[in-house]
Design a protein around this ligand. Structure first.
Ligand code: ADP
Ligand code: NI
Length: 200
């Protein structure tokens, strides 16, 4: 039964996020779903509910939809078409509500923590770097600049504002371990970036 629900959830998300170009495409949802499942297994919590919340974590995100209330309604309608108990639905919704970095809320359930960790892990390392430049390009932001006004808006600045801080904001030990390699890779990347920028 769980497998069927996951399959239908994947199809629901594919329809919803197929055309996104802000780093929130279907592949992001898939990576967060799989990482949520993995972290949940390592942390001894419900892998199925964690994976469900991973797939669905950006559906109601205010910046990805013009109508967050409609998105919330659509999500609830979808969940009610599945063979889930009210407690399972509540757990999924509660986890999703606390995922966003910008909302800055602290997840009160371990499943919320797992999904928030999985989402944040996807913002760092090689994939995180790719997503940041994709997001910046989509918003017409400069890669980097030495002109203060442009520098502030640049994608390189985003590393210092957010990406390099992520490793210290994670909840689970498993995510912290995964983050350490990804963090070191971003530091190495920035060193190389500035080496090339300042070459002549
Ligand atoms: P969330 O994953 O919680 O929805 P965001 O929408 O802030 O958080 O981030 C989604 C992706 O877009 C991340 O990979 C993030 O690094 C990137 N991103 C967000 N804001 C910026 C920005 N100002 N410049 C470059 N990349 C950004
Ligand atoms: Ni996300």
């Amino acid at each position: 039964m769980d497998d069927l629900i996951l399959k239908q959830t994947k199809a629901f998300i594919l329809k919803r996020f197929q055309y996104d170009a802000t780093g929130h495409d279907f592949a992001h949802m898939e990576r967060v779903a799989k990482m949520s499942n993995y972290l949940a297994r390592k942390e001894n919590v419900d892998c199925f509910l964690a994976e469900m919340a991973g797939w669905l974590h950006d559906v109601t995100d205010a910046k990805l939809t013009d109508h967050p209330n409609n998105a919330e309604k659509e999500l609830l309608e979808f969940l009610h078409t599945q063979s889930l108990t009210p407690i399972q639905i509540n757990t999924i919704i509660d986890a999703i509500d606390t995922v966003s970095f910008r909302k800055g809320k602290k997840p009160n359930s371990i499943i919320g923590q797992v999904v928030q960790d999985a989402d944040r892990l996807d913002a760092i390392g090689a994939i995180g770097i790719a997503r940041a430049f994709s997001f910046g390009g989509n918003k017409n932001r400069p890669i980097y600049s030495e002109i203060p006004k442009e520098k502030e808006l640049s994608t390189i600045q985003h590393f210092y504002d957010k990406l390099l801080l992520i490793k210290d904001k994670l909840h689970t030990d498993t995510a912290k371990q995964i983050a350490s390699e990804r963090h070191a890779f971003m530091e190495q990347y920035l060193n190389q970036f500035f080496k090339e920028w300042n070459l002549i």
